[in-house]
Write a protein that binds this ligand. Sequence first.
Ligand code: CA
Length: 231
Amino acid sequence: MEQPFRVLIIEDEAKMRKLLRKFLEQANYLVDEAANGWEGLEQFRRERYHLVILDLMLPGLDGMEVCRRIREKHRTPIIMLTARGEEVDRVLGLELGADDYVTKPLSPRELVARVRALLRRSFYPREEEPEVFRRGNLVVDFAARKVTIAGREIHLTTKEFDLLAYLCRHAGKVCSRHELLNSIWGYDFYGVGRTVDSHIRNLREKLAAVDGEEFSIVTVWGIGYKVEVKP
Ligand code: CA
């Protein structure tokens, strides 16, 4: 039998934890709970989890800080729970490395669907994309979600990889910030073009050793970005 996925809920509202636990257990996930940020971080470090559901507003150590600390060493998928009107924090959360967010008041069914989708994306290679993108010394393996430069693996965050993969799949085409936000972050929000910009900046740093003659991510001023490749 397949090993069940382990999910950690970090949320200070006991009622909400109970509700989420019920729905997640019905969907066959193993669930642990933590009632505040410190406890959550401690629990996360003690056990291994496939996914974390993280409330943004927590007493003591808030969700943003918990997310940042988890991301220092781990790529475990994180879904943030945010309240309405916390858009700015939500964007910050995504920049800090959360993979998805759900706005409260939430539908437990929707949350379970998001959990399932994120786990699938993170742990199962997409069958319809067996191909690999190669230019110069760069290899982007879409199925394995692995990037190497001259045979050396480069560590990318989930979003950095998604962004690079999207640009490579559309090599030669200008991709607007709007398009990138919608395709990769799955939302559209005024003023968050900088989310894309900061990820591009990180990507460029991490890909500095790529042969620029063969491959480069160019800025298309006022619009977005393009992967330029030699014909
Ligand atoms: Ca809360």
